[in-house]
Design a protein around this ligand. Structure first.
Ligand SMILES: *Cc1c(COP(=O)(O)O)cnc(C)c1O
Length: 371
């Protein structure tokens, strides 16, 4: 008996998501004095001290179930975003929400459209739901930023069986950003039977006037779902809180499939406190802007191409297979992210760290490339 054949077809053809290498794992492999992890787009400033204080305070109530409706967090989010709490669906990270979308709208015989080089969770969620993924080629540089989503190509792949289109804006791992007008035209051109997911995991880092806020279009497009997270700029990746904002009808459907207690009590409280800590968020965004410039300058100095990024990470081109460089960096105690599984075998993705971490990264890279 081959147990694998018992699994549903979608699962049989699936390879699991590859997370950034945890620090502990590298510590077990090599004796290293210091390890710098720039592999998972975590906040180098840590978490909001206000959020951490709340977590410490409520830790003793860990025997109680969390509020399954996330009343306080939804109220705080609704106020901040100018929507109704009934339009919000909370998730165990926004990953959970993406998975919910797939479970609610996808099934065998249906398909989802997303871009080449797009966030790896889209194909996984699609296949897990038994649906077919239809990746569209990314821009080759002739009609739009190289590696960026080609919305025309995506639209051409939409057919009567398409139920979901996933768009990451900015996208991970490329950092490419779609402008307000092109994204709006695309949403307007989508047929009504398609749910559009605009994944804004890096929205808080936005610093260009053309950076769209897809929440502006919720009234106009009843099938629009905007997802955001507390994992990136808010620095709460370990507590797992994300959310979707949509019209009420879509939110109601997602909530039907949601596990009753999908967001834990510490996460709920920390996220609510983090929302109020605007000072921490401002410091985060400022540090990120400076860090991005430092990375860009470093790559230019070394004549290494990179993809201009609107997130808290940058993918750079080694002009040759990146895997050996990734391995050599590990031995130097620096963890970055290989992106070969995203169709970018010559690139590595590095998260914007502190100034010190960036300098350690470049010093390690110089040792690796010089030898
Ligand atoms: C990091 C990331 C997410 C979600 O992370 P969660 O921790 O599950 O909220 C979603 N989309 C993109 C594009 C990301 O990079």
């Amino acid at each position: 008996m081959n147990i694998t054949t018992l699994a549903v077809p979608g699962i049989r053809g699936l390879t699991p998501y590859q997370p950034g290498k945890p620090i502990g794992e590298l510590e077990r492999e090599f004796a290293l004095e210091r390890i710098v992890k720039l592999a998972s787009n975590e906040n180098p400033l840590g978490a909001s001290p206000k959020a951490l204080e709340v977590v410490r305070r409520i830790l003793g109530a860990s025997h109680l179930y969390p509020d399954g409706n996330g009343f306080e967090l939804k109220a705080a989010l609704a106020q901040k975003l100018g929507v109704e709490p009934a339009q919000i669906v909370l998730g165990n990270g926004s990953n959970d929400v993406l998975d919910l979308v797939a479970r609610v709208f996808l099934a065998p015989g249906r398909n989802a459209v997303y871009s080449e080089h797009a966030f790896a969770v889209y194909p996984i969620a699609t296949q897990t739901a038994g649906a077919t993924g239809k990746p569209a080629p990314a821009h080759d540089g002739s009609r739009g930023p190289r590696f960026g989503h080609d919305l025309q190509a995506m639209l051409e792949r939409v057919d009567p069986d398409t139920r979901v289109v996933f768009i990451a804006n900015p996208n991970n791992p490329t950092g490419t950003l779609l402008g307000r007008c092109e994204l709006h035209s695309f949403l307007a051109a989508l047929p009504e039977h398609v749910i559009a997911v605009v994944d804004e995991a890096y929205f808080e880092y936005a610093n260009s006037p053309d950076h769209p806020n897809a929440l502006d279009w919720l009234e106009e497009f009843p099938g629009l779902i905007v997802t955001r997270t507390f994992s990136k700029a808010y620095g709460l990746a370990g507590l797992r809180v994300g959310y979707a904002v949509s019209g009420r009808e879509v939110a109601d459907l997602l909530n039907r499939a949601r596990q009753p207690f999908n967001v834990n009590a510490l996460g709920l409280a920390a996220a609510t406190a983090a929302l109020e800590d605007t000072g921490f968020l401002e410091a985060t965004v400022q540090a990120n802007d400076a860090g991005l410039r430092r990375l860009e300058a470093g790559f230019r100095k070394r004549c290494l191409d990179f993809i201009p990024s609107a997130g808290n990470f940058l993918s750079f081109d080694l002009g040759r297979p990146a895997a050996p460089v990734f391995d050599a960096l590990l031995r130097e105690g620096v963890i970055v992210r290989p992106v070969g599984n995203y169709g970018l075998p010559n690139h590595l993705r590095v998260t914007v760290g502190t100034t010190e971490e960036i300098d350690i990264f470049f010093a390690a890279l110089d040792r690796v490339l010089g030898s």
